[in-house]
Design a protein around this ligand. Structure first.
Ligand code: ATP
Ligand code: RIB
Length: 298
């Protein structure tokens, strides 16, 4: 059987991560435990987990003409991710400076670099050209007008659109209208709605007649579907090492499962199972389960 086709229009970054039990206060210097350089960026992370999950995956984005860009492109190719629609820029590849504390919680500063150079026409042409496309995913580490253009073409083609509004930024009414599934985490939900996702009334008033999933960290996730039903999904209790990229693991897995014809509830269950496994390992893409491990969770 042909693989389901998923496209990610989004960011790729090199993650430069320092691990320390306690993070420094302003003006303080501390000795940390470990430094790693790893593949990251919300768009790339979501593409990688969708590929691990079994989708034919396209990455539509922009890298710098530098060593980070070269190694990110090589990583995509080694994973079988199609980069025919990935462009190159004289602006440096995006980087993320990440601090992870002893509880596995992170703080991140991103420098988007080449990610901010994605051209609207290139992204929309890609979405119109990719054959048998089922699902398009986007996030908020690239310019919003690129996402609007890509989602407009996707909707003209009857392709499902998924927006992970991370990191938070205000979303235009047009983008919200073009988004079939909006997947914020708890703090993004609060920014978008004004209230925390803590009652059925609040959840139902978030996007009446539209689909959303709110990820809730150790509490799993909750689906709020267009017909008004609310379905909580619990996460397993795990030993947390590093939560970086967990939200992306959920989004990419959900997209792949949906593209493969699984129900939204089963897709979200698989998303929670995969994401909860990733928090037990260090890094973003380095924490992602293999296809064989995902099959065991299905
Ligand atoms: P991050 O920014 O750290 O990548 P996020 O804030 O976007 O994550 P979360 O809602 O924190 O997203 O987590 C996404 C998913 O990861 C959850 O739905 C859950 O499956 C898993 N997860 C996160 N934290 C934990 C935890 N402490 N225990 C178990 N699962 C977790
Ligand atoms: O969601 C995790 C990602 O956010 C990291 O990989 C980092 O690159 C930042 O973009």
């Amino acid at each position: 059987m042909d693989k389901a086709v998923v496209a990610v229009v989004g960011s790729a970054m090199m993650d430069l991560t320092a691990y320390a039990k306690t993070l420094p206060q302003p003006g303080q210097t501390l000795v940390g435990d470990l430094f790693t350089t790893g593949f990251g960026g919300k768009g790339a992370n979501q593409a990688v987990i969708a590929a691990h999950c079994g989708a034919k995956t396209f990455f539509v984005g922009k890298l710098g003409r530098d060593s980070f860009g070269e190694s990110i492109a090589l990583n995509f190719q080694e994973l079988g991710i199609d980069i025919s629609y990935t462009q190159y820029s004289d602006v440096a590849t995006g980087v993320a400076h990440i601090w992870v504390d002893g509880n596995g919680e992170n703080r991140i500063v991103i420098i988007p670099g080449a990610n901010s150079e994605i051209e609207i026409a290139k992204a929309s042409n890609a979405i119109s050209a990719i054959k048998n496309l089922s699902v398009v995913i986007a996030q908020c580490e690239i310019n919003q007008d690129v996402t609007v253009a890509a989602f407009s073409v996707a909707k003209e083609r009857g392709v499902t659109t998924i927006l992970n509004p991370a990191p938070f930024m205000p979303l235009s009414p047009q983008l919200l209208q073009l988004t079939d599934w909006l997947i914020p985490n708890e703090s993004e939900f609060k920014e978008l709605h004004g209230s925390p996702p803590r009652s059925d009334e609040i959840l139902k008033s978030f996007r009446p007649n539209k689909n959303s999933i709110i990820t809730l960290g150790s509490e799993g996730a909750v689906l709020v579907t267009a017909d008004g039903s609310i379905v909580p999904i619990n996460a397993p209790i795990v030993s947390v090492v590093d939560t970086t990229g967990a939200g992306d693991a959920f989004v990419g897995t959900f997209a792949c499962a949906l593209a493969n014809g699984m129900s939204p509830i089963d897709s979200a269950r698989l998303g929670v199972a995969v994401a909860s496994l990733t928090v037990t390992r260090k890094g973003a893409q380095s924490s992602y389960p293999t296809q064989a491990e995902i099959e065991m969770l299905s």
